[in-house]
Design a protein around this ligand. Structure first.
Ligand SMILES: [Zn+2]
Ligand SMILES: [Zn+2]
Length: 262
């Protein structure tokens, strides 16, 4: 788009926007109010189980944690993805783990957007790091599972400072996950407000959008960086297809791997 701009003022403003946006704090903790379209509450979101047995209890914990919300329930169903590529299935969330390699990513979540609605989501948990002593704990597994699935519901982080006291939610970054393994009341309140309205249509369990099957393997395919924690360990990318179609990628970089391994 920049190449088409002839007006230097416009170019300057766009440049300024790109510079400022990543450090702008947001007042609430949904991601741009993106949400699943549905015609009634509580709606049921399927979590496709593509995880190995070591993750099953954490997936179960996360599913029951988020189902405590009054507006939605999640149910664990047979996965439809191969864990290595974790292809999305429209209308639901696929949850995957594998040794994805030393790519820096502890966990990622991706959501596909059409207009203001989420149409599908995935989360990938990287055993390359969870198999190491630093991350091979129930607390780290619960925090990352809970946070990535939380993103697929439309939630953003409550806090991106790793060094301040824990808020008691998995949507809070921390260096010590012990008290941040589950959602807190603020997350449930946030979901309630995001899903207070009903839609005329539903995206839960619906046919795939055209952009479903592209390769999103690394940051080079994730679009522009739109948000980053100060230490670079938590980042959000936006890939904009135009016409209201977008893919957001939320990534937690493993310790020592932050700031955009490319
Ligand atoms: Zn809506
Ligand atoms: Zn996150």
């Amino acid at each position: 788009m920049l190449r088409k701009c002839r007006n230097p003022l416009v170019v300057f403003l766009v440049g300024l926007t790109f510079t400022i946006f990543p450090v702008t704090a947001r007042a609430d903790h949904s991601w741009g109010d993106y949400h699943w379209a549905r015609t009634s509450n509580p709606f049921n979101l399927k979590l496709g189980d593509n995880v190995s047995s070591i993750w099953d209890s954490h997936l179960a914990t996360t599913s029951s944690d988020w189902s405590a919300s009054s507006v939605l329930d999640t149910s664990i169903v047979a996965g439809q993805a191969k864990s290595r590529n974790c292809r999305p299935t429209s209308g639901r969330v696929e949850v995957c783990n594998a040794t994805y390699g030393s790519n820096g990513r502890l966990g990622i979540a991706q959501i596909w957007i059409s207009g203001s609605h989420i149409t599908q989501g995935i989360t990938k948990l990287n055993d390359t790091y969870f198999n190491t002593a630093s991350y091979n704990t129930p607390a780290w597994r619960n925090l990352v599972m809970c946070q990535e699935v939380g993103h697929t519901l439309g939630l953003d982080h409550q806090d991106e400072d790793f060094d301040n006291p824990n808020l008691g939610t998995c949507m809070d970054y921390t260096n010590n996950p012990q008290t941040n393994q589950h959602p807190n009341q603020h997350d449930y309140d946030q979901l309630q407000s995001m899903y207070a309205h009903l839609d005329g249509t539903t995206t839960v369990g619906q046919a795939p959008p055209a952009m479903g099957q592209i390769d999103l393997e690394g940051p080079g395919q994730w679009g522009r960086l739109v948000s980053s924690s100060r230490n670079g360990k938590a980042q959000t990318y936006e890939l904009d297809f135009g016409g209201g179609h977008k893919i957001f990628t939320f990534v937690i970089w493993a310790d020592g791997e932050e700031r955009g391994r490319r």
